[in-house]
Structures are given as structure tokens and as C-alpha cells.
Design a protein around this ligand. Structure first.
Ligand code: ARG
Length: 587
């Protein structure tokens, strides 16, 4: 039963001709302080009609109200405040979670419609930058959140695998490269070749001409050029896939920019037919001055197409292939103008679906307050960062928890989870200060804190060897009351909020809402655990253990939506018991 609806219905009986049910529901508030109860209705708007003060009205109406969900309904100044009956309400929430398990909080708003999410999208032969890490982690979480809301999701890695830089790379490779060194260490070696090309080409313009010639060959499908390009792409992808494996991220499509080469003419034709193309210094552009934007460059004077042309083509391809109801692009804020431009060009071309394309920007990763760079000299290889996080996590485990099993697996889940959480705990538009030490702290707003809280809750359940699935189901179905102490009440209220948080995270495309949520739930649970003796043998023992069980379910599910694993950390602590068994074990 929806507590707001029940409350509103009671109030409606007394103000029937003055306010509608919808108006009442919209006016309902949540009091700031616990002492003021769980729900409140302000009486100011009724004063005129009843010709009394709001305080008097609140008193009169409150005196007549009662509902089984509410322990008491009283006037607090000009408000009517409802205090939920903790025992029955907490039982209701716990029952619901036992029933729905990891489906708790799931929505059907997607109704099977498709969302494409373009994320990660690194550039071939270049290091996976910190920006790409943010895109990967935010995009991956958004895929989980969108699925949870009932959407079909197509995960697209729009690889940067085309452009004049490949002419330069081929030239450099043929002059100074070796097959074995590329194979051994593809990204750094290819990057070195690229850097060397630029250094040498500054002195020797013939190199630039050669690079142009190689790119032309590549565009014309020359065998050697194509084979080299394909090889650079394969080797780069192999290196990227190590990162994706560690982060547990996968894609449905790796169609990068090159995929659209043979589809670009059609896009240019469409723009031409619609009369959108203008010549500007030999190049074809779509003017966007009326929208206060620079023109969108479609084709250069030498006939070469551009990043925007490829994005326009990819969008048309995606609509034709996946019929998306929404297309999301998780790309750094520095590309905001590009996205505004290319969305506008599609709208001008009359594509209605262009209205449902969204750029999801994010801030930079900073080191000591400065933007972290992947350029020459200070390349930070992401794989190294993740490996370092894992070994730091391992060191922490060896110091504090030397007896746990599966140390390697736990260290990996904690190290990687720490990096992911550190990113997602910030509203995405904020900049993130990069610090491994901060990320891995077990106290504070970190991934390990939430993971360990989950593991702790699981281990409580394991200690209660008599608390098994039968007991849990009996509690769910029986009329044994729920809990009413103030510590469990905070946990219950948090558990209740999970579905709303999922909804908001989807509406705002903001995983940080979930990151904050799991942290606060973990905090409230830890307070509960340190003040209440969960395992004491008394009448409320089953109710308490059931609450602990629901906390494990929601923490694990919340972490999953962020792309963080709870299970491995938990399994490492002790062999599996009732707690957080794999799906379907508890039915
Ligand atoms: N490869 C691009 C870069 O690294 C990002 C691509 C983003 N996706 C897109 N459809 N433009 O800057």
C-alpha cells in the first residue's frame, strides 16, 4: 500500500469539495525531522474556504483521522502529520524485498523500448585516457540502470578507428617500427611511433606528404594499408579488452568510425537534398547561426568527411537498425558543442527521433588539482592504475584480514570497485580528484566501505546457522510483527527509498544518486549493527535477521547497478551460507 495515497485518501474525506485527490497528493510533504513523523499535509490553502486559521483546521481534521498504517495522525502547528506504525510498516517493506529479491526497485517504464548507449569509445593506437575511463564507468552504470527500468539496451563502443592519423602511423611504422614490439606492447609502442612522426615531420615536410599518400591508399582500400590498419586496430582492441575484462564491461557493438565509411555519401546526399549544405571556403557545411552555433563541417574541400559526418551517419544507422526511443552519448563535456551541432543538423533534416538524443557529459579527472593528461611524457596507462589499485587492496587485506579465502579475487573486486565507486560517487559534472589512497579507504565514502558492509551483513547471517530460507519464508508469510526501534527504522526508510532512487538516477542519468544511496544505507546499517544485538535469542531475532538479509539484497543490487561486485568480497570472507547466495537459491 502506498503510504502517501492512504494518507491522502483519509484527508480527502474531510476536504472533499475543496481539494481533489491529485491536489492533495501533490501537497503532501516529507517532514525534515524524525520527531515530526513520516508524512505531512499543510493546511494553509484550506484557510480561506473554512474561514479558520490553518492551525485550527489542522487540529480539527487530525482529530478525526485514523488509518491502520499510521500509529497516530496529529496536528503539528498548521500541518497534519502522520506517524507510521513502525512494526507493521517495517514488516511490509521487509516482506516486499524478500518477495522481490534482486527485482526490488525494478521498473517497467521502459516497456521494452530500446535505448542505445554510446560509451567508452577510445581511440585506436592511443592510450585509454582518464576521460575514457569516466565514460566507461558512467556509461556502464547507465546501462544497468536503464535495464532495471525495463529498457532494452544496446551498448555501443564507437571506436575512434579512422582519420588522417592512420596515414601518419603507417608511415612511422614502415620507417621505424617492428612487428614484435607492437605485439608485445601495442599502445605505448604505437603512441611512440606517432609522437616520433610529429617530431620528425616538424623538420621534414616530405613525411607529411607520405602520410597523406598512405591515408589516401587506406581510403581507397589498398591491401597493405588496410592490413596494417586492421592489425593496429586488433592489437589496440586486445589491449583495451584487458581493461574491459577487469571492469567487467562488455559491448553489443564495436562499430567504430571506420564502419560508416561506405555509408557517408548517403548522409551527405540527404543533407544536400534537404538544401542544408552550403559551401564555405571550399568545404561543405551546415550553417547553424540561427541557433547560435558555429557551422557543422560535413566535408572538407578535398572530399574527406569528418567526425561529425561519421556521427550523423552512425545516428541514422542506429535508428534504422535498433529503432531507439532514446540515444545516449556518454562523452566528456569538452565535446558539448559537437553534440549540440550534430543533433541540430539531424533535427533540421527533419528526423523527429533526433529530439530523443542526449549528450551525457562529465567533468575531468584531476591530479593535484590539474587535468590529468595522457599526452607525451606523462602517459598514465589505465591498466596500470587498475593493477595498482588491486595490489594496494591486496596489501590492505594481508594486513587486516590475512585469513580470508580467495585473496586474489577479493583484492580484484575491492581494487576495481574502489576505482569505479570513486568515480561514480561524484555528480558526473563535477571534476574528480584522482587518489588511490582515498579510493581504498575502508572508512568514509568509498567502494570498499560499502562492499565490506555488505560482507559484514552476510557474515552475520552465516553466524545464525538456524536462520535459513524456510525461516525467512515463514517470517515473510506469517503475521509476526516487524521492528520498531529507531535504528532499524532508519534502515527501513532507506530500504523503502531504493525504488525511487533508481527512478531518479534514470531520469537524471545520474549514477551518483545510487552511489550516495548505497553509502547511506551502509552507514545506517552499521549504526544499527553497532547499537542492536542482532543475534540475541529473543522474540525479535527472526525479524532482525530478516532485516539484515534485506540489507544484503539491496546493497548488492545497488552495487551491481554501479558495476561493482559484492559477491566475491563476501565469498572471500567465509564459505557461502544463506547470505547473498546466487540468484534463485532463495525462493
Ligand atoms: N573517440 C572519441 C574520443 O575519444 C569519442 C567518441 C564518442 N562517441 C561519439 N559517438 N562521438 O574523443
Amino acid at each position: 500500500m502506498n503510504i502517501g495515497k492512504a494518507f491522502a485518501r483519509e484527508i480527502e474525506k474531510h476536504v472533499e469539495h475543496v481539494l481533489s485527490m491529485t491536489e492533495i497528493e501533490a501537497m503532501i510533504e516529507q517532514p525534515k525531522y524524525d520527531e515530526q513523523g513520516d508524512i505531512a499535509f499543510p493546511c494553509f490553502r484550506l484557510a480561506k474556504h473554512f474561514k479558520k486559521s490553518p492551525v485550527q483546521i489542522a487540529e480539527q481534521i487530525a482529530a478525526k483521522l485514523e488509518h491502520p498504517l499510521y500509529e497516530k495522525i496529529i496536528a503539528v502547528g498548521p500541518y497534519i502529520n502522520g506517524f507510521l506504525d513502525k512494526k507493521s510498516y517495517s514488516k511490509q517493506i521487509v516482506q516486499q524485498i524478500i518477495n522481490e529479491k534482486d527485482h526490488y526497485g525494478s521498473k517497467t517504464i521502459g516497456n521494452g523500448q530500446t535505448i542505445t548507449i554510446d560509451f567508452s569509445s577510445p581511440n585506436i593506437a592511443k592510450p585509454f585516457s582518464m576521460g575514457h575511463l569516466r565514460s566507461t564507468v558512467i556509461g556502464n552504470s547507465l546501462t544497468h540502470i536503464a535495464k532495471k527500468c525495463g529498457f532494452e539496451v544496446v551498448k555501443i563502443n564507437h571506436l575512434g578507428d579512422w582519420g588522417t592519423q592512420f596515414g601518419k602511423l603507417i608511415t612511422a611504422y614502415k620507417l621505424w617500427g617492428s612487428e614484435t614490439s607492437v605485439q608485445e606492447n601495442p599502445i605505448p609502442v604505437l603512441l611512440d611511433l606517432y609522437v616520433k612522426f610529429h617530431e620528425e615531420a616538424d623538420e621534414n615536410d616530405a613525411l607529411n606528404q607520405e602520410a597523406r599518400a598512405w591515408f589516401k591508399k587506406l581510403e581507397d582500400g589498398d591491401k597493405e594499408a588496410t592490413a596494417l590498419w586492421q592489425w593496429f586496430r586488433d592489437e589496440s582492441l586486445k589491449a583495451f579488452s584487458k581493461i574491459y575484462d577487469l571492469l567487467d564491461v562488455s559491448f553489443d557493438s564495436y562499430h567504430g568510425e571506420a564502419f560508416y565509411n561506405d555509408k557517408m555519401d548517403e548522409t551527405v546526399d540527404v543533407l544536400n537534398e534537404k538544401g542544408l549544405l552550403t559551401l564555405s571556403e571550399g568545404a561543405e557545411v551546415v550553417k547553424l547561426a540561427e541557433l547560435d552555433m558555429p557551422p557543422c563541417l560535413i566535408r572538407k574541400s578535398d572530399g574527406a568527411t569528418l567526425y561529425a559526418t561519421r556521427d550523423l551517419t552512425a545516428a541514422r544507422y542506429r535508428q534504422a537498425t535498433y529503432h531507439f526511443s532514446k540515444a545516449i552519448y556518454v562523452v566528456g563535456q569538452e565535446q558539448t558543442v559537437h553534440f549540440r551541432q550534430f543533433f541540430s543538423v539531424l533535427e533540421k533534416a527533419g528526423y523527429q527521433w533526433a529530439k530523443h538524443m542526449v549528450h551525457v557529459p562529465f567533468g575531468f579527472i584531476l591530479k593535484d588539482g590539474k587535468k590529468m593528461s595522457t599526452r607525451k611524457g606523462k602517459v598514465v596507462l589505465l591498466e596500470d592504475v587498475l593493477q595498482e589499485a588491486i595490489s594496494l587492496a591486496k596489501r590492505n587485506i594481508e594486513e587486516k584480514n590475512p585469513t580470508i579465502e580467495n585473496k586474489e579475487a577479493v583484492a580484484e573486486a575491492v581494487g576495481v570497485g574502489a576505482v569505479i565507486y570513486h568515480d561514480l560517487k561524484n555528480e558526473r559534472m563535477n571534476h574528480v580528484e584522482f587518489s588511490l589512497e582515498e579510493m581504498l579507504k575502508v572508512e568514509g565514502r568509498t567502494g570498499p566501505y560499502v562492499q565490506y558492509t555488505h560482507a559484514r551483513a552476510c557474515s552475520i547471517l552465516r553466524k545464525a546457522t538456524d536462520f535459513n530460507n524456510d525461516v525467512l519464508q515463514k517470517y515473510r508469510l506469517g503475521d509476526e510483527p516487524g521492528l520498531s526501534d529507531s535504528y532499524s527504522w532508519h534502515v527501513i526508510k532507506h530500504l523503502r527509498d531504493f525504488p525511487h532512487v533508481v527512478q531518479r538516477a534514470f531520469d537524471d542519468l545520474e549514477p551518483s544518486l545510487i552511489a550516495r544511496y548505497v553509502f547511506e544505507l551502509a552507514q545506517d546499517f552499521n549504526k544499527y549493527y553497532s547499537h542492536v544485538k542482532v543475534l540475541t535469542n529473543d522474540a525479535e531475532r527472526t525479524a532482525r535477521l530478516s532485516l539484515v538479509y534485506t540489507v544484503t539484497v539491496v546493497l548488492k543490487e545497488g552495487l551491481r547497478l554501479l558495476g561493482i561486485k559484492a559477491q566475491k568480497v563476501c565469498n572471500g570472507v567465509r564459505p557461502i551460507g544463506l547470505a547473498c547466495m546466487d540468484k534463485n537459491t532463495i525462493s
